[in-house]
Design a protein around this ligand. Sequence first.
Ligand code: ZN
Length: 325
Amino acid sequence: MSQDAKQELERQLKAYVGIEIGPPQEAPEPVNESMIRHWCEAMGDSNPVYVDAEAARRTVHQGIVAPPTMLQGWTLRGIEMADPAKMRPNKQTELHALLSSHGYTSVVATNCDQTYTRYLRPGDRVATTTVIESISEEKATALGIGYFINTRDVYRDQHGEEVGSMLFRVLKFKPAQQPQAASSGDAGAAPPKPTRLRAPRGHDNAWWWDGIAKGELPIQRCKACGVLRHPPRPMCGHCQSTEWDSVPADGGGTVYSYTVLHHPKFPGYDYPLVCAVIELDEGTRIVSNVVGCDPTDVKIGMRVRLSLDEIDDTMTLPMFRPAKT
Ligand code: ZN
């Protein structure tokens, strides 16, 4: 892109900063106990204040409340988000289309910070307004060059009172070129397989990846109460202790739930891709892929075995294969 064209694009981008993307997005249903129960089942959260009306009445809440982390879920649209024709156009989709038309065709979410002002209760009606808070200068990243876009969602109840907010950041970028096979000498050779997205590693989970590199699947264990947890995190959800160690998984497990992905196809993955929640024999669960069999052969309850697979030169991932019977 010429310098002039880039300046013109950045002038157009500036016009989006500080504006609301459209009218408030209203939750299709009021906060309700059914959705709370489904969420808690999916998350494995058995806190009675969310799911047990009798027990919840005896708490400071005096009744069932919604898990604060459901905040975004109340107004988030479902399957229609996959079909642009069904989405009402707004300033955010317009902004993304503008960047796509200049070659910044890919998008990845990079940060999400939520603030909860009060607990939501059954019957509350939530609506959210979204403001495009800022757009960065063009940045070079490992994924490619692009612009970081910050949006601020403010969630309000039926009285117009704020109940929470969310800062959401995405990178809208030009995908970096994959390395091409050398043209001489290997005409007709298959192009090199693109690499998978790297999982973020930080203070709380680098030790886990180190374990994988050493050829084991570590499971974090609370030192105070012994409850196992995955993915790695600093605090025990059961007793709130921050003391922990880990035990190596034996490698046996059962398919607890799964889905077969056909679309969208990300570079570096084989499709159809079986994404499964594996219940390890030790009792905790891990999200992984089932490989080494036809996706139609995968069933809930199927016995699987850990397989630490080298995905490429720098990444080994815990996968699961059908257990030999
Ligand atoms: Zn604990």
